[in-house]
Design a protein around this ligand. Structure first.
Ligand SMILES: [Zn+2]
Length: 387
């Protein structure tokens, strides 16, 4: 992983490079930021840079030396990973190494990652992952090995907030009395879930959300055949996360109709108009229409609607600052500018809950016509509640 292949984060990259140049490599660092911003890739690029035998003049790894070639495949013997795993029949006391092949595949297929993607990648959508206590023995074992080839041993702990308490306490001990020439990098989304004692002994690197423009450039790179306006809109609504933007595009690509977001837009705006004017017969027709499209489209509709409800509420509360705070496409904005007054502090939570509940019902394969009719009628009631 080279710095130059990761979008944005100029300041952080400079800091990291300088720490190596000035010989001030910290033995424990915390990369903190939202999912889909490239934290893990930055951590790997940093480790690769530390270990590269032929660093370039423009502050990057060479990509071709003996060390880099192993880093390119994530098989360097002094690079270790820890990440959440799940219990299964095959792995009753799982540790990261049990999933290492899958892990390499997952990390190498894209530079941006989020936690749910990892769980679905290892086929465990319904289970919760964890970094179990047995992992700490494994960390101690790996770090007590002599370095094979590099000056530093690197231990990257991804989603370190998923460490259970006993693993966290053992890790704390290691951070307090670090084995020499060892570099711990904790990659974290939720700072408050990390032991404060760990937090206070570790150097913080705050990874910002990506800018709209950075996301746009990377989308254009990964999806050269997608319409430019779709790319622009996806970057705009992603709120700084590349994985969110990418999912939006994939959803459009994978749907039966090439205009999935238009479809969701039509379904959502029709529902809101009919619900507000309480046209019951028309609402029943709307239910029949959405149920024709199948489960995948139904699920996509909920994701879309939840976002629209949220954005309309924000727009309503701060119409004067509309350009700064909303993440809406142009077409969505034209609708929302008039509609947003109906989503207010007295009904937004209930609306959000009703849509989330219906979404969960659809995911559990409940009968869709009943779920949607119920949702349509509740929406009609809730939209009548005034600010
Ligand atoms: Zn190199």
């Amino acid at each position: 992983m080279l710095f130059k292949n990761i979008i944005g984060h100029k300041g952080i990259k400079e800091k990291l490079v300088n720490s190596v140049k000035n010989n001030r490599i910290s033995h424990a660092m915390l990369f903190l930021g939202k999912g889909g911003t490239g934290k893990l890739s930055l951590a790997i690029a940093y480790a690769q840079y530390v270990s590269c035998l032929n660093k370039t003049d423009d502050d990057d790894s060479c990509g071709t030396c003996k060390s880099c070639r192993k880093y390119n495949k994530l098989i360097h013997p002094d690079l270790h990973f820890v990440y959440p795993v799940v219990r299964s029949k095959k792995f009753k006391k799982p540790i990261s190494s049990d999933y290492i092949k899958k892990w390499r595949e997952f990390v190498l297929k894209d530079k941006y990652h989020d936690y749910n993607d990892w769980l679905s990648f290892i086929g465990t959508d319904n289970l919760q992952g964890s970094i179990y206590s047995q992992e700490s023995q494994e960390i101690i074992r790996k770090l007590s090995l002599k370095t094979y080839e590099a000056e530093y041993k690197v231990m990257i702990i991804w989603m370190a907030e998923k460490m259970n308490v006993s693993a966290s306490n053992k890790l704390l001990k290691m951070i307090e009395e670090p084995p020499s020439k060892t570099l711990f990098i904790l990659v974290v989304e939720n700072e408050e879930q990390i032991l404060t004692t760990i937090r206070s002994r570790i150097q913080l690197m705050k990874i910002n959300r990506l800018t709209e423009n950075d996301i746009k450039l990377e989308l254009e790179n990964q999806f050269p055949n997608i319409d430019k306006s779709v790319i622009k809109d996806s970057a705009r609504i992603a709120n700084g996360s590349f994985t969110v933007a990418k999912k939006n595009i994939e959803q459009i690509q994978n749907s039966d109709f090439s205009d999935a977001s238009t479809k969701n837009f039509d379904l959502f705006t029709n529902l809101m108009r009919l619900a507000y004017s309480a046209k019951i017969i028309k609402l029943v027709e709307w239910v029949n229409e959405i149920c024709k499209f199948g489960r995948e489209q139904e699920k996509a509709f909920f994701q879309y609607s939840l976002r629209m409800i949220r954005e309309n509420f924000i727009l309503n509360t701060a119409l004067d600052k509309k350009d700064e705070i909303t993440f809406l496409s142009r077409k969505e904005f034209e609708f929302s500018e008039k509609f947003c007054i109906f989503i207010n502090k007295n009904n937004v939570i209930n609306l959000y809950e009703e849509f989330s509940k219906a979404q969960a019902d659809i995911e559990r394969n409940a009968y869709d016509k009943i779920v949607f009719l119920d949702l349509a009628l509740k929406t009609a009631q809730l939209l009548r509640i005034k600010n």
